[in-house]
Design a binder for this molecule. Structure first.
Ligand code: ATP
Length: 315
């Protein structure tokens, strides 16, 4: 049985250590919010399926090969010649400030349709994870997210949404119009503090109102990511804050996806809210303290590494 099914766009990712306009060397990898979560969960020992469309091109092969190598089931993913595999460029500009440049309009993933994702939910997984990026890719992907959420919820599968607003893909109003109607079918909502209003009812004025409205609508758990300030988790029974782990910042991109992987891993393991948040901030810290979106994510055996004394050598 698949523990977590997810789907979305995964792109070829090029990382430049110098400003791109100056040229130089780039490192090739892959990146996508949902596949980052999938890799994080697979490393923690869960059975994960990622579904999506890549171009009929070599970077598409790289995406599928990478996910396979990480132990992610890609049996329902496929290449589609209508568009290329998307491309994302990362440029370290100053200090830990990263600039992200997308070439994803018209990509293969923008053709994703309901018929591509529903078969991947049969037999039903334990959890479905979606992000607010996928419905911003176009009408087909938006319909696929709506249908997948509806199908999963009706089958009793818990659904997690990471709001993940991408302002270059769509406006806040457009996102809210699509995401708010999903709320009553969600079990877990994960959002940054400025994203919660995109899924909570417009009438809710404060963060507490938004959390209460979501819990009243049937969401089991609302988790707010607060960067270096950690995260807050709310259920009907309790509210808990988890501090971020103190780590040297190497690369902030991907922290949110790592956090989601840690949190869902805790949920699958039956941990309580404190345990789920602890695993989430631990996974987030691994992403922050290592280069790349997902490359530094921990295996289950490595979760305790952050407790090693600074400067120690593991033998
Ligand atoms: P992104 O979209 O860049 O992946 P996000 O905005 O979705 O990130 P953040 O709130 O930045 O998510 O980070 C998610 C989690 O990662 C935080 O809740 C925290 O636990 C951890 N984290 C983020 N920044 C730091 C940091 N500087 N030090 C330690 N942990 C961090």
């Amino acid at each position: 049985m698949i523990d977590v099914a997810t789907f979305g766009e995964t792109m070829a990712a090029l990382r430049a250590s110098d400003p791109i306009r100056l040229g130089g060397t780039m490192r090739l990898s892959v990146a996508g919010a949902e596949s980052n979560v999938a890799i994080g969960l697979a490393r923690l020992g869960h059975r994960v399926r990622w579904t999506g469309l890549v171009g009929a091109d070599e970077t598409g092969e790289l995406v599928l090969r990478t996910l396979r190598a990480e132990g992610v089931d890609v049996s329902h993913a496929r290449s589609d010649g209508r568009g290329p595999t998307g491309l994302i460029l990362f440029e370290r500009r100053i200090g830990d400030l990263t600039r992200v440049i997308y070439h994803r309009a018209g990509s293969a993933a923008s053709y994703l349709a309901t018929g591509d994702v529903l078969p991947a939910l049969d037999p039903a997984p334990r959890l479905l994870h979606v992000t607010g990026i996928t419905p911003a890719l176009g009408p087909g992907p938006a319909a696929a997210v709506g249908a997948a959420v509806r199908t999963a919820a009706e089958a009793g599968v818990r659904v997690c949404l990471d709001v993940n607003h991408r302002s270059r893909l769509w406006s806040r109003d457009a996102a809210a119009e699509v995401l708010r109607p999903l709320a009553s079918r969600l079990s877990v909502v994960i959002a940054s503090d400025d994203e919660l209003e995109l899924v909570a009812p417009a009438s809710a004025a404060t963060e507490q109102d938004r959390v209460s409205a979501l819990l009243d609508a049937g969401v089991s758990e609302v988790v707010i990511k607060r960067g270096a300030d950690g995260a807050t988790g709310h259920t009907l029974a309790e509210t808990l804050h988890a501090k971020a782990r103190r780590v040297p910042v190497t690369d902030l991109v991907g922290a949110g996806d790592a956090f989601v992987a840690g949190h869902l891993s805790g949920l699958l393991d039956g941990l309580d809210l404190a345990g789920r948040l602890e695993r989430a901030v631990t996974a987030g810290a691994f992403a922050v303290a290592s280069p790349g979106d997902w490359e530094g994510l921990p295996t289950r055996a490595e979760l305790g590494l952050l407790d090693a004394l600074p400067g120690s050598t593991l033998r």
